[in-house]
Write a protein of this length. Sequence first.
Length: 84
Amino acid sequence: MSKITINSQTVITYTGQKSLLECMEENGLPAEYNCRQGFCGVCRTKKFSGEVKYVVDPLAFYDEQEEILPCVCIPTSDIEIGTD
Ligand code: FES
């Protein structure tokens, strides 16, 4: 299980959901999305620390160093992200 820190304060735990986006939704956190398949980039989110793994190769443009696409990734360590 990975700890997910959001906007430096909210902490949730990843417990095996299909995607980080699903995990955020199950915890009542607002998350923007459209395709939910890594195509559109609407879910693009800043990543400050930690590692994720992509369950589907994303086609949307994003900065692999600083951003993630929560609709198609899962955390592989504790992560810190920003949704503001
Ligand atoms: S919702 Fe489209 S890339 Fe994530």
